[in-house]
Ligand binder design. Structure first.
Ligand SMILES: Nc1ncnc2c1ncn2[C@@H]1O[C@H](COP(=O)(O)OP(=O)(O)OP(=O)(O)O)[C@@H](O)[C@H]1O
Ligand SMILES: [Mg+2]
Length: 254
């Protein structure tokens, strides 16, 4: 099997690690048939890829054999952002769906124990024509049989419909919201669009939470220990975990 080296820094601070644990515990208790999940958000840059990788790693640490699928076929920057280097010919999802390779040629064993990866392989101009084929569905069903958990990193649903198409092959979807950025109306539209797929929305992840800003508010104490890592009901459709990695967030904003 080809190998993928993941050299990006995936270390979380205490709050981030706790919140991620909560999220992954919730996912683990979503039902034994919930194995294939798609991650999307309203807009670009909300943290879908970051969250997808973190969930994959955390699930792997729980002893599951996890496959991470990069399905952002138009504009994936996962490899560059997270220092992913592939051995071999660099084949991936685009090659498999266009009939240029076998499935096993597109799956990489990563440097993180129990985490496997299907990278995009190459950008494509019309990803929907690949994702909406029965081949994509066959692929997801096949990997659902051979892996314990499958995380699919999709493009933002506010821009392109790909995530909804991907969701049709999955057991559930997870929406990533960016703290102090995602608008209520955009979220409502995203929710509607994802619901139309018939695949349940498992919950939302409030990402890039600025603990500095939270700590000045009166609801600081709600989160228990430090005001984060809690989950509850978001709107009418499920659980969410607040997901914070404050130090990193602040570096991003400089
Ligand atoms: N919880 C977090 N803490 C700190 N930094 C984060 C967090 N989530 C995301 N980031 C950073 O924000 C940036 C955007 O994240 P990411 O690439 O995961 O977003 P995305 O939603 O996948 O974007 P795109 O829509 O372009 O695919 C990256 O630099 C990432 O490292
Ligand atoms: Mg991404």
């Amino acid at each position: 099997m080809q190998r993928a080296l993941i050299s990006g820094n995936l270390t979380l601070d205490y709050a981030g690690a706790e919140a991620l644990n909560t999220i992954c515990s919730n996912l683990s208790f979503s039902g034994k048939n919930v194995k294939k999940i798609v991650i999307t958000s309203c807009e670009p840059n909300d943290g879908k890829s970051f969250v997808s990788i973190q969930i994959a790693v955390n699930m792997a640490q729980r002893g599951k054999r996890v496959l991470l699928v990069d399905a952002d076929l138009r504009l994936s920057v996962m490899n560059a952002h997270y220092g992913i280097q592939l051995t071999g010919a660099g084949l991936g999802l685009a090659h498999y769906l266009s009939g240029q390779c076998q499935l096993e040629d597109a799956i990489y064993e990563t440097s993180i124990q129990n985490v496997y990866l299907i990278p995009i392989g190459t950008d494509v101009q019309t990803p929907l024509s690949l994702i909406s084929t029965p081949d994509f569905d066959h692929l997801i069903q096949a990997v659902g049989e051979s892996f314990d958990f499958v995380v699919i990193d999709a493009p933002p649903i506010g821009l392109v419909i790909d995530a909804a198409e991907i969701a049709k092959s999955c057991d559930g979807s997870v929406l990533v919201l960016e703290y102090a950025k995602t608008h209520r109306r955009a979220l409502a539209e995203t929710k509607q669009q994802m619901e139309r797929t018939g695949t349940p929305i498992l919950g939302c992840i409030l990402n890039k939470v600025s603990m500095d800003r939270l700590s000045t508010k009166k609801y600081y104490s709600y989160g228990g220990h430090y005001g984060y890592g809690k989950y509850g009901k978001y709107g009418k459709y499920g659980k969410y975990g607040k997901y914070s990695n404050e130090g990193y967030y602040r570096r991003e904003k400089k």
